[in-house]
Design a protein around this ligand. Structure first.
Ligand SMILES: O=C([O-])CC(=O)C(=O)O
Ligand SMILES: [Mg+2]
Length: 208
């Protein structure tokens, strides 16, 4: 088994990875309303899916104990603006080695998350505390931002948004994205020197 270099994949960027996997249907973009909660937040790691009951985060507290180090919690919070995540869970997740969290719902204590440098992506801020009554579901699959995420799919989340790369396709998508970066760097070089995108991308014929 080849090991996956998550830092290297993150440097390729979510948009480049999406384009690389697009034709094969290997990548899915979460609803772009799910955004980083502080500037520069970014994370890459295997998904640990969590489905909460509406406005209840007991499943999240359990997931923080069960998720493997390096994992990314992918939480279905039904789009509700409750505080499914906050600074206490962040400190617990960091102790556990969890890499980040994506929530289709609310998170709070944003200054604390930023100060701790923990990447959190969420649909909204949620000041109101979540209940802690329903066990929900952990570790199987979860629908987050319109995408069904399986345990072990690769999550790549950065300033552009949140991408899921299907587990069996990670090597191919990564290799294709590296090729794409080489091509785009060449374009950047030439555009920086004054060449026109209309020429480089052979777009003039379409204009005529
Ligand atoms: O109450 C919760 O479970 C969420 C929260 O604010 C924290 O983790 O600090
Ligand atoms: Mg809190």
């Amino acid at each position: 088994m080849t090991t996956i270099d998550h830092g290297r994949i993150l440097r390729l960027g979510s948009s480049t990875l999406f384009e690389a996997g697009r034709a094969a249907g290997a990548t899915d973009i979460l609803d772009p309303a799910i955004r980083p909660l502080w500037n520069g937040a970014a994370v890459c790691g295997p998904a640990y899916p969590v489905t909460c009951d509406s406005a209840d985060n007991l499943a999240v507290h359990r997931a923080v104990e069960l998720c493997e180090p390096g994992g990314v919690l992918m939480v279905n919070g039904w789009g509700v603006a409750a505080g499914y995540w906050g600074e206490i869970l962040t400190a617990a997740a960091q102790f556990q080695g969890i890499a980040g969290v994506v929530i289709d719902g609310g998170a709070r204590d944003l200054d604390g998350l930023r100060a701790r440098g923990f990447p959190v992506f969420a649909r909204t801020i949620g000041m109101r505390g979540a209940a802690k009554r329903s066990p929900g579901e952990t570790g199987q699959r979860a629908k987050v931002g319109g995408v069904t995420v399986e345990s072990g799919d690769l999550v790549v989340a950065d300033t552009d948004g949140v991408l899921v790369v299907r587990r069996s396709m990670v090597s191919k998508v990564t290799a294709d994205a590296e090729e794409r970066v080489r091509y785009e760097n060449e374009l950047l070089n030439r555009v920086t020197k004054g060449e026109r995108t209309l020429d480089l991308l052979q777009l003039r014929a379409t204009l005529d």
